[in-house]
Design a protein around this ligand. Structure first.
Ligand SMILES: [Zn+2]
Length: 586
């Protein structure tokens, strides 16, 4: 290597630039999670241009082939690049510009933060706050519009819960959204998604579709306020956060048709593989308007896709045995006792419940069977892949039924979440041929709440094992920002099932093996999008790599390099984990 006339440049940076231009690069000394099964073994890996050219066992008969450059990554683990099939990149990108409400302990904290932000940002079109853990609040409810008005007079305020299916807005925001009236016009169409007082006036609490409309409007206004260059920078920063965690492909399940071109531009300017689904321009949780309204494809690195909601997030459709009634009430009462406040019990009693012989239902399906089948048929007929949100088992069962009724071929649809499941529903999902994307990262985040509500006594929660046993193709995703983004964290929880600080494992029999977890976050995830990476690290497959500085399941291990299509898309600032060595002869 010629370094003589480069004494004044940073050698490592220069060497790095040189080696990214090399055609054949050999990585040696690592444990490679190889093939479609993601089997870890000591191996060398040859990357040629954008693909894996060869790999072989370190201790095998086959000598590593000659290469332009050898990278000694002894002690590292090389995994396929992480493919997150449910990552709200276009929305999460704006979170750093709003207030983080995750540490608020109740209404007083909320109103104080709103007051401070109103004074600090007199010009901002909206005051936005994210990630409220409402179930930990003694009041068990969000601030009312009137309370927000007092804290920030005449300002538009949006306070969002952690699950992004419910929020609170001020009176000025209600007016902007056309929701100030008593049930006429748009507000009337939203039904129970707008909470009203006894006189029919909106209280400021919004659910599901109404919440999604507020979110979309607040972010669209933020985007306009940031102007073009600002908005592009906000999105680029989010793409970089993904790269730094080993994510080689991020799939945003919902991008408003109005934001489609922004995503096309982001894909053109970032090495990150990026794809997305579409839906209603009104908002994430509104009914998708039909394939005629969908932008032409492709949508980045995957084909056209639409996001549909079989149930809500905060209001999910569950079926439980009737004996669960006392248990659930007991759980809510227990939480109220723990917090010394009526909030959790009052919240539980606000839920609708249909009592049938032998069964309880929460009646929160968002379509009838016929409606859901017809919207799926319309999109599938137009070549648009459906991605269907089903959180509860009742919604999962309805979705599986609709997919079979329409005759959607195996692998042509994805069901998201199936947070609460039972064996019969898992079998029906398997028979539908859909891939399931689930979020083990929810376990530490929501596990204590789920344990507190005792719902784990009557259903399988985030049942990775149940789904695999039923024969469902299983993908792990983050649902960031509703769940944590870090893929290594999510892999570890899929295996460990630790539910939080107290570390009580949530249904440990639902754990995946490390190999199953890696496969679900890479190979199976890519295959579900028909995107590069569906064959794992094998000859001819895309050279998308997440290089870790140790065993990915050890808590201190970090991603040090992210490769996409044979190029280093990101590496740790300290350059740890590798240094170029000499070329091999040949
Ligand atoms: Zn989501």
């Amino acid at each position: 290597m010629q370094t003589t006339d480069r004494a004044d440049t940073d050698w490592a940076e220069w060497a790095w630039a040189e080696l990214t231009a090399m055609a054949r690069r050999l990585l040696t000394g690592a444990t490679v999670w190889a093939g479609a099964t993601c089997t870890p073994r000591p191996a060398w890996l040859l990357v040629e241009d954008d693909h894996v050219a060869a790999l072989g066992a370190s201790d095998g008969d086959q000598e590593p082939p000659p290469a332009d450059q050898v990278l000694d990554v002894t002690g590292c683990h090389i995994l396929p690049g992480f493919v997150d099939v449910h990552l709200h990149l276009s929305q999460a990108a704006w979170f750093p510009l709003g207030g983080d409400a995750s540490a608020w302990r109740g209404l007083a904290d909320a109103l104080h933060a709103v007051r401070v932000a109103a004074a600090a940002e007199p010009e901002a079109p909206w005051l936005r706050f994210w990630s409220v853990a409402r179930w930990r609040w003694p009041e068990g409810r969000l601030p009312t519009a009137r309370e927000l008005d007092e804290a920030a007079p005449r300002r538009r305020v949006l306070v969002s819960t952690l699950d992004m299916h419910r929020g609170a807005v001020s009176s000025a925001a209600l007016a902007t959204l056309g929701l100030s009236d008593r049930g006429q016009g748009q507000a009337g169409d939203l039904g129970d998604d707008v909470t009203r007082d006894r006189r029919g006036r909106p209280t400021g609490e919004l659910w599901e579709a109404a919440y999604g409309i507020a979110l979309q409007r607040a972010l669209t206004d933020a985007m306009a306020y940031a102007a073009d260059a600002g908005a592009a920078a906000v999105l680029a920063a989010e793409a970089n956060r993904c790269l730094a965690l080993g994510i080689s492909h991020a799939h945003d399940p919902y991008v408003s048709p109005d934001w489609h071109q922004r995503m096309v531009a982001l894909r053109a300017s970032s090495p990150l593989r990026l794809s997305w689904g579409t839906g209603s321009p009104a908002g994430l949780h509104s009914r998708a308007p039909g394939p005629a309204e969908a932008p032409d494809g492709p949508y980045g690195d995957a084909g056209r896709e639409v996001k549909l909601f079989a149930d809500g997030g905060d209001r999910c459709a569950i079926r439980l045995p009737s004996r669960a009634l006392l248990g659930l009430l007991g759980g809510a009462a227990g939480e109220s006792w723990r917090l010394r406040a009526v909030g959790p019990l009052r919240e539980a009693l606000r839920r609708k419940l249909v009592v049938r012989p032998q069964q309880l239902h929460t009646p929160y399906l968002r379509y009838t069977d016929a409606e859901l089948a017809s919207v799926i048929a319309a999109y599938v007929g137009a070549g648009v892949r459906p991605r269907i949100h089903a959180l509860g088992n009742l919604a999962g069962e309805q979705t599986a039924r609709a997919l079979r009724r329409v005759g959607v071929p195996p692998g042509a649809a994805t069901i998201d979440h199936l947070l609460l499941l039972d064996p019969a529903t898992a079998d029906q999902v398997a028979a539908s041929g859909a891939t399931v994307s689930y979020q083990p990262g929810f376990i530490p985040r929501y596990g204590q709440m789920l344990l507190g509500s005792r719902v784990d006594r009557y259903t399988t929660v985030l049942g990775g094992r149940l789904l695999l046993q039923a024969g469902v193709p299983l993908a792990i995703s983050s649902d960031y920002p509703c769940g944590p983004l870090d893929p290594l964290h999510n892999l570890r929880v899929a295996v460990g099932r630790g539910s939080g600080p107290a570390s009580q494992a949530l249904q440990p029999d639902q754990a995946l093996t490390p190999q199953e977890a890696v496969r679900a976050l890479t190979v199976a995830a890519a295959a579900s999008l028909h995107a590069p990476g569906g064959g794992g690290l094998a000859p001819g497959e895309a050279a998308d790599l997440a290089v870790c500085d140790g065993d990915p399941f050890a808590p201190s291990t970090r991603v040090t390099q992210t490769w996409i299509a044979g190029k280093v898309a990101w590496r740790a600032p300290d350059g740890s984990g590798e240094l170029p060595s000499t070329p091999t002869p040949g």
